[in-house]
Design a protein. Sequence first.
Length: 367
Amino acid sequence: MKIRAAVLHEVSQPLIIEELDLDPPGAGEVLVQMKAAGLCHSDLSTMTGVRPRPRPMAIGHEAAGLVAELGPGVSDLEVGDHVVTTFTPNCGRCTPCRSGRPALCEPAFAANSAGTLLGGGRRLHLNGQDIHHQVGVSSFAEYAVMHTSSLVQVDKDLPLDEAALFGCAIITGVGAVINTAQVPAGASVAIVGLGGVGLSALLGAKLAGARRVVAIDLRDDKLALARQLGASDTFSAADEDCADLVREATGGGVDYAIEIAGTTPALELAWAITARGGTTVTAGLPPPTDRAAISPVQLVGEERTLKGSYAGSCVPARDIPHFVDLYRQGKLPVDRLLSQRLTLEQVNEGFDRLAAGDTVRQMVMFD
């Protein structure tokens, strides 16, 4: 079938909206009609070359839509189901999958790195040339073919622009707090970086029952939104004395510091404001060549913990329905993260705003 999709041909160049040929779903795959697709910094990092990926590539990974067709062997979904996409397909058989860590699936890592679906194929083509898939999703498109493990069914009465948030922003941010850090009630938490994922982490800290939630960012408007969402303290990362101010205000640092900004200075700041015996979690993805200055003496002598969090250490099939339930109960107001709704033709304008830090979460909407 013919579809329109946003394609990255060259690093640091605008996406091109092109008409592509999309193959029908193969074994274990599903055709999804896209309804909403979020703009994420992970997309931007791919577009700028910070996260090297093969090109040309159809971009997008956080989305929601309708099941339009089932490939052979798919029995866990039906045509018409509402689904959320995840960027962590999984085989269910490798050691990480069997250990309950599907985000670390080894065949999925290889497929995502190669720009293929989990089974190794590419279903998108332009004038006979294969187009790579972004992390098995490629959601800035009218339709997409995905492996069934890249999809989680959600209730049909959940608005699909809100549902899309759960595919990346929510599982990554809330998951970093709930699953990776395992923040207990009464702890103090700092969130460094207040984009869509960072503000999601702030909501996760409130959900966990943190007694104090410190929010840190470079932008005053993000700090103001963090206060509206429940932050007890806000600090500007532009202040040279930011780390000292946070340590002074919190009596020596926070129990848990969650870095979401995706830069090495942000990780070093998170480390600097973590209390003795505390835990620093990094869920951002800086350039792969970056190196952070972390003191081994502090790590040992202060019994510190430094943890990485990918996809919020989530099991999407378990955690997305759970987080949706919490949203419905009013305990996780994720709809507050939506900034603007765009057409596919406006996607480059949206990424310009994202790069400038002028937005939280924008959503491309499809008819």
